[in-house]
Design a binder for this molecule. Structure first.
Ligand code: C2E
Ligand code: MG
Ligand code: MG
Length: 633
C-alpha cells in the first residue's frame, strides 16, 4: 500500500510539474528559448498522456483550474465543464459522518499526503461513483498558492479488499464457531474470556463461569447412534441459548460440554437461578426423530474473583464443581468450594492407582457368609472386592467403586471379581466342601455395558460350575431408577436372560432407593437385602422397625426371600427372627474373609456363634490389623 502511495506521489509530482509549466506558458507573452520549449513539450506530453487523473486546484475558490485528459475521460466531463465546477462537486467524501462534522473538504485535500491519501468518491457525469484516493502538493505559481492533486482510481482494489474482508470474516466465524450447533467454540472462549475477566477486574464486578456436561450423553450416542446424538446436541444448544440473556456467552466446548459466561453478576442467587433455569429447560423431554429423549445436565459454577483469578483456574474449578454435581446424582448444579478441589485430586489419584491395581494383583475378593437365621447354616457367600494399596493399605470399596464406575474401570474389575468368585467356588468344591451360591455385586454400568448373561454362561461352562451357584446383587438405582425406559427395558432383558440361565437375582441395599414392590414382582426377583441403615437401630427406632417389618411382610406375600444386612448384635437378630426374617448377614456371624479361610463355612453345619469373640473376628479377616483400620476409616 505504501509503495502504491509513493508511486502515486511520484506521478503526481511529474504531472504537477507539467501543469505548472503549462500554466506558466499560458502567461508568457514572448516565445520561450528553444531549450525551454523542449522542456515544456516534454512536460506537456507527460501531463497530456499521464494515465491517471492530475489536476490543479485553487484552494481559495475551490475551483479546478486544470485537469489532464485522463482525468476528463474518467469523469466524462469536458475541460470547460470541469473548470466551471468546484472540487467538491466532482469529488465528495466517501461516507460523510453526520454525527461528527468533518473538516472542510479543501482542508482535508491539503493534508492528503502520499502516506495518508484522502479517500473520496468521484462523481462521474453518468451518475456513477467511483472510489478514488488523492494526494496533494502545494504549488506556487508566481504569487498564487495553488494545489496540485493526483487522483487514483481504487475501485477495483476496494472490491478485492472488501471481498477479502468478507472471506476473512467468514473464516474467522468458521474458526470460532461450532459447525453443529452454531455456538461459539473453545477457540472463541479462549479469545473472549480473558477480556471478559479483565473487564470484570476493571469494573470491579463478578463474573460467573458455568461448566455444563450432559448426563449420560454417551449412552444416547451408543444406543441411538451419532446422528440422533448430534440432533439432541443441537436442541440442547438452542435450549441453553434461549434460557440465557443476549449478553451472556454460551459456548460449546466440544462433545457434550458447554460453558456459559455470565457477566456483571449481582448476587450468587442470580447465578443459582440461571443454573436452575438451564437444569429446568433441559429436563423437559425432547423430540428427536419423532422419539422422545430425556437428557439432563450437571452444572458446576466458579465465580471470578472468588474462585479463580484467570481463565485456567475458573474453567478448572467450574469443571470440578460439575463433577461434584454428577456425584450428587446429576441433573443439578454446584457452586465451587475449595474442598471440592481436594476431593477431586483424591479421586484422580484413586483412578490412576486403580488402573495399576488390576494389573499388579492388588485386587482380591473376600467372602462374607449369609446365614439362615433359624438353622444358622451358611446359605450363601457374598463376594466383596478388596483393594490393598501398596502404600495406603486397604481402601474401602465405597471409596473406589464409584470412581471405577465413572472411569469405566468397573467393567474389567467386575470381570475380575466374577472370574475369581467362580474359580474360588470351583476350588472349594474340589477341596470337598459343600459349596453354596456366591453373590456377586454388579454395578449399573456393568449391567448396561457388558453382555453379562453371555459372560456368565461362558465362564461357568469353562470352569464347570452351574450358573445356579451364582447370585447377582443389583441395587435399586441400577435397574429401577433409570429415567430412560429403554435402559430399563435393556436391564430387564439382561435380568430375564440371567434368570433363564439359572442365576439368582437379588436386590441390594433395599429401602434406600425406589423400593417399589411392584417392580420386584414384575422382575421376578429372588431375594432382597434390607439395607444396613434400617437394621442398625431396629431395636430402638420405631420407624426403622415399621419399615423392616413392612418389607418382610410384603416380601413374604410375594414369595421373595429377605436377607437383613449388617447384623452386629444379638438384639437385632432376635428382633428379625420375631419379624419373620429368614436370612441375615453381618459381623455378628462373620466378617468378610479371604477365600482360603472360607472352607470352614462350607461344611453344612450351623455356625457356632457362641465361640466368636469380636476381637478374634477382626484379626482373622486379614491376619493383620490393616483391614480393620481400613474398614473403620
Ligand atoms: P454391599 O453389597 O451392601 O455389601 C455389604 C457391605 O456391608 C460390605 O461392605 C460388608 O463388609 C459390610 N458389612 C457386612 N456386615 C456388616 C456389619 O455387620 N456391619 C457393618 N458396619 N458393615 C457390614 P464392603 O465390603 O465395604 O462393600 C461396600 C459396598 O461396595 C458393597 O455394599 C457393594 O455395594 C460395593 N462392592 C463391594 N464389592 C463389589 C464388587 O465386586 N462390585 C461392585 N460393583 N460393588 C462392590
Ligand atoms: Mg452386596
Ligand atoms: Mg448392601
Amino acid at each position: 500500500m505504501n509503495q502504491l502511495a509513493f508511486g502515486l506521489g511520484a506521478l503526481a509530482g511529474l504531472a504537477v510539474a507539467a501543469v505548472a509549466v503549462l500554466l506558466l506558458r499560458l502567461k508568457r507573452p514572448k516565445a520561450p528559448p528553444a531549450w525551454l520549449q523542449d522542456y515544456d513539450e516534454t512536460h506537456l506530453a507527460a501531463f497530456e498522456q499521464w494515465p491517471t487523473t492530475a489536476l490543479v486546484l485553487d484552494p481559495a475558490t475551490e475551483k479546478v483550474l486544470a485537469m489532464n485528459p485522463a482525468g476528463l475521460r474518467s469523469l466524462g466531463y469536458t475541460l470547460a465543464e470541469v473548470r466551471a465546477s468546484r472540487f467538491g462537486e466532482l469529488f465528495a467524501p466517501e461516507e460523510p459522518n453526520p454525527q461528527a462534522p468533518e473538516k472542510p473538504l479543501i482542508k482535508r485535500v491539503q493534508e492528503a499526503s502520499a502516506r495518508a491519501p484522502l479517500e473520496l468518491a468521484q462523481r462521474c457525469r453518468d451518475g456513477s461513483r467511483r472510489a478514488v484516493e488523492c494526494t496533494c502538493y502545494p504549488l506556487q505559481l508566481g504569487t498564487r498558492s495553488l494545489l496540485a492533486v493526483a487522483v487514483h482510481d481504487v475501485s477495483v482494489r476496494r472490491q478485492v479488499e472488501s471481498h477479502l474482508l468478507e472471506k476473512h470474516q467468514e473464516l474467522d466465524h468458521l474458526a470460532h464457531h461450532d459447525h453443529l450447533t452454531g455456538l461459539p467454540n473453545r477457540l472463541y472462549l479462549q479469545a473472549h474470556l480473558p477480556d471478559a475477566i479483565a473487564d470484570a477486574r476493571r469494573k470491579n464486578t463478578v463474573l460467573a463461569v458455568l461448566f455444563l456436561d450432559l448426563d449420560r450423553f454417551k449412552h444416547v450416542n451408543d444406543s441411538r447412534g451419532h446422528e440422533t446424538g448430534d440432533k439432541l446436541l443441537k436442541t440442547v444448544a438452542q435450549r441453553i441459548r434461549s434460557t440465557m440473556r443476549a449478553e451472556d456467552v454460551v459456548v460449546r466446548m466440544g462433545g457434550d460440554e458447554f460453558v456459559v459466561i455470565l457477566k456483571g453478576v449481582q448476587s450468587s442467587e442470580q447465578v443459582s437461578e440461571a443454573a436452575a433455569r438451564i437444569n429446568h429447560a433441559l429436563s423437559a423431554p425432547m423430540i428427536v426423530d419423532g422419539r422422545t429423549l430425556v437428557t439432563t445436565v450437571s452444572i458446576g459454577v466458579a465465580l471470578y474473583p472468588n474462585d479463580g483469578a484467570d481463565m485456567g483456574e475458573l474453567l478448572r474449578h467450574s469443571d470440578t464443581a460439575m463433577y461434584q454435581a454428577k456425584d450428587r446424582g446429576r441433573n443439578n448444579f454446584q457452586l465451587f468450594s475449595p474442598n471440592m478441589d481436594k476431593r477431586l485430586k483424591e479421586r484422580i489419584a484413586i483412578e490412576s492407582s486403580l488402573r495399576t491395581a488390576l494389573s499388579s494383583r492388588q485386587l482380591d475378593v473376600h467372602y462374607q457368609p449369609i446365614v439362615d437365621i433359624e438353622s444358622q447354616r451358611v446359605v450363601a457367600l457374598e463376594a466383596l472386592l478388596r483393594w490393598k494399596h501398596p502404600n495406603h493399605g486397604y481402601v474401602r470399596p465405597e471409596r473406589f467403586v464409584s470412581v471405577a464406575e465413572e472411569a469405566g474401570l468397573i467393567v474389567p474389575i467386575g470381570e475380575f471379581v466374577m472370574q475369581r468368585a467362580i474359580e474360588d467356588t470351583v476350588r472349594w468344591r474340589q477341596a470337598g466342601a459343600a459349596i453354596v451360591p456366591v453373590a456377586i455385586n454388579i454395578s449399573a454400568v456393568q449391567l448396561q455395558r457388558t453382555n453379562l448373561a453371555e459372560n456368565i454362561s461362558r465362564l461357568t461352562k469353562q470352569h464347570g460350575l452351574e450358573p445356579s451357584m451364582l447370585q447377582i446383587e443389583l441395587t435399586e438405582s441400577a435397574v429401577f431408577e433409570r429415567r430412560e425406559a429403554r435402559a430399563r427395558e435393556a436391564s430387564q432383558d439382561t435380568v430375564a436372560k440371567l434368570r433363564e440361565l439359572g442365576v439368582h437375582i437379588a436386590i441390594d441395599d433395599f429401602g434406600t432407593g425406589y423400593s417399589s414392590l411392584s417392580y420386584l414382582k414384575r422382575w421376578r426377583v429372588d431375594t432382597l437385602k434390607i439395607d444396613r441403615s434400617f437394621v442398625r437401630d431396629l431395636v430402638t427406632d420405631m420407624s426403622d422397625l415399621a419399615i423392616v417389618s413392612a418389607i418382610i411382610a410384603m416380601a413374604r406375600y410375594l414369595h421373595i426371600k429377605v436377607v437383613a444386612e449388617g447384623i452386629e448384635g444379638w438384639p437385632q437378630l432376635e428382633k428379625l427372627r420375631q419379624l419373620g426374617c429368614s436370612y441375615a448377614q453381618g459381623f455378628l456371624f462373620a466378617r468378610p474373609a479371604p477365600a482360603d479361610e472360607c472352607l470352614r463355612y462350607l461344611n453344612n453345619t450351623p455356625l457356632d456363634l457362641t465361640q466368636r469373640l469380636p476381637a478374634l473376628d477382626l484379626l482373622e479377616n486379614t491376619g493383620s490389623g490393616e483391614h480393620v483400620r481400613a474398614l473403620r476409616a
